[in-house]
Design a protein around this ligand. Structure first.
Ligand code: NAD
Length: 520
């Protein structure tokens, strides 16, 4: 993402902020109080399907606000850590109930603030619900283990302990699911948090935090600070008292975050970009493969980290597959996500619109791929006030082209021919990212071969590159991550640190590795 432009925010760029004083304001949440920013400034949250509509106004938070939130989280830390994990979990189960009760409202508000169609926004809220129930269950597990000690009359075990104060920095494309993936495990593990949501989608995180308050999560345990990445985000990442930063966003910003964390020796988990691949073999069920490609490439207008932005197709079925894909893409209805008939909503903001259209130009001019369908902005009639782009398919692309290498993060996919499974795998792995891959084939041997050879964090057989479930680990290799996994029980390894405990009840000094222990 182009970070420099983001500093301006969506609506400050169109200069209409001042005229919208009547729009509802959503303050920060610090130490159990709903408060404005010390800056006294607010930014507008614009509906990307109709920029005339301002969904709400949010604080332009400063380093001062972040420091207050950190202090509040610190004050609450010991009390929250000492509350037994099953009790913490009980509060989280209540949170789950509140999310269920409000699912429709939260879904509609999410569609208004970020554009994805209602079904998908509902899925986003549902993911937060699933994550809450699944992870709250960990309150009665949080397993460590016991193991034999090498000396007699000595007991050895290891237990999880909370990391401490966690700073959560999240993107806009899953505005409730991703915050929940971080927030809920952080809380069940006994940490307190400060969350800085993406500037394009603060309302969904506000809804989540408001639900935390209603569920009875004590003051100071969860703190919310809205604002821009370069100011509020950077202040949180750089704050010396924040022990852990959990970041999801672009690889470019993730690198900055990692650098700052390294400087001050903070724990840092990163979930970043993707350039995912569907491989379609000559024996595949083509109807199924096309369906998966359309869903993976154009769902959420292609703005998913797991989007199917490359489709590598065996030469024997290449022509037929491409034709079928293009026909389906041309039939998709682009429009306001609130309209039940819409298949593909807008893209998130003006920067994204220009970046995606720029890539479409690169595909045609610089790369020389064949634009098989789409390629244009839709800006007439019902589309006049939003950021709409036609579902776009590039065909006959080569693996090294920029459109086949870089994360476009829009409704654009690239079809690349391949002569064999081995070639498809080589193309599939031949990008800097390693998030998700999939294969369509009826041959079980090929499916397992591809599963073994693809160096990604997620792999699907006869399914698209999207559709993760919360009880399995989520994350990627190479430039997608830094070795951590969210979701599943693996996320507990982010939000806890191990403590090895030795209890010597021999009543004498026993020296491991030195004293001899014999059969007597
Ligand atoms: P982004 O990197 O622009 O922003 C992410 C967050 O970082 C935002 O909250 C932003 O305000 C903040 N930020 C920006 N600059 C900062 C700085 N200097 N210091 C601290 N924080 C800063 O990403 P985005 O546009 O919101 O999201 C899209 C990207 O996220 C894509 O690359 C996508 O692939 C990736 N993503 C990855 C996953 C995953 O799990 N791997 C999931 C969703 C999205």
């Amino acid at each position: 993402m182009a970070q420099a432009k983001k500093a301006l925010g969506k609506s400050q760029k169109n200069g209409r902020g001042a005229a919208r004083a009547a729009t509802k304001k959503y303050p920060n949440y610090i130490g159990g109080e709903w408060v404005a920013s010390a800056s006294g400034e607010w930014f507008d949250n614009e509906n990307p399907a109709d920029v005339r509509e301002i969904v709400g106004r949010f604080p332009v938070s400063t380093a001062e606000d972040v420091a207050e939130a950190v202090e509040a989280a610190q004050d609450a830390a010991d009390r929250w850590r000492r509350l037994p994990a099953p009790r913490r979990a009980e509060i989280l189960f209540r949170l789950g109930e509140i999310l269920i009760r409000n699912k429709d409202k939260f879904t509609r508000e999410m569609t208004r603030e970020m554009g994805k169609v209602l079904k998908e926004a509902g899925g986003d809220v549902q993911e937060a619900i699933d994550c809450t129930y699944y992870t709250a269950g960990e309150g009665r597990r949080l397993h460590g283990f016991t193991t034999p000690a090498e000396m007699p009359d000595k007991f050895a075990m290891c237990v999880r302990q909370p990391v401490g104060l966690c700073g959560l920095v999240t993107p806009w494309n899953f505005p409730m699911a991703i915050p929940s993936w971080k927030l809920i495990p952080a809380l069940v593990c006994g940490n307190t948090v400060v969350i800085k949501p993406a500037e394009d989608t603060p309302l969904s995180t506000y809804n989540l935090v408001k639900a935390c308050e209603e569920a009875g999560i004590p003051a100071g345990v969860v703190n919310l600070v809205a604002g821009y990445g370069e100011t509020a985000g950077a202040a949180l990442v750089g704050h010396r008292d924040v022990r852990l930063i959990s970041f999801t966003g672009s690889t470019e910003v993730g690198r900055i975050v990692a650098g700052v964390c390294a400087e001050r020796n903070a724990v840092c988990s990163l979930e970043m970009g993707g350039k995912n691949v569907i491989m379609v073999m000559e024996d595949a069920d083509l109807d199924l493969a096309v369906e998966g490609a359309v869903w993976g490439a154009f769902g959420t207008s292609g703005q998913r980290c797991t989007a199917s932005s490359r489709i590598v197709v065996h030469k024997k079925v290449y022509k037929k597959f491409t034709q079928m894909l293009v026909e389906r893409a041309q039939g998709l209805r682009v429009g306001d996500g609130l309209d039940e008939k819409t298949d593909v909503g807008p893209v998130i903001n003006a920067d994204a619109l220009h970046r995606i259209l720029g890539y479409i130009e690169v595909g045609q001019r610089e790369d020389g791929a064949r634009l098989a369908c789409g390629g244009s902005r839709l800006d007439k009639g019902a589309h006049a006030s939003g950021y709409f782009i036609e579902p776009t398919v590039f065909a006959d692309a080569a693996p090294g082209m920029r459109i086949a290498q870089e994360e476009i993060f829009g409704p654009v996919t690239t079809v690349i021919p391949a002569g064999s499974l081995a070639e498809a795998v080589e193309i599939g792995n031949g990008v800097r990212y390693g998030l998700s891959a999939s294969i369509y084939t009826r041959d079980v041997n090929r499916a397992f071969r591809a599963m073994q050879e693809m160096y990604t964090g997620i792999f699907y057989v006869n399914s698209s590159t999207i559709g993760a479930e919360v009880h399995l680990p989520f994350g990627g290799t190479k430039a997608t991550g830094n070795g951590h996994r969210e979701a599943g029980t693996q996320v507990l390894d982010i939000f806890t640190e191990w403590k090895s405990v030795y209890v010597d009840y021999s009543g004498k000094l026993q020296r491991a590795q030195i004293d001899e222990v014999n059969f007597e």
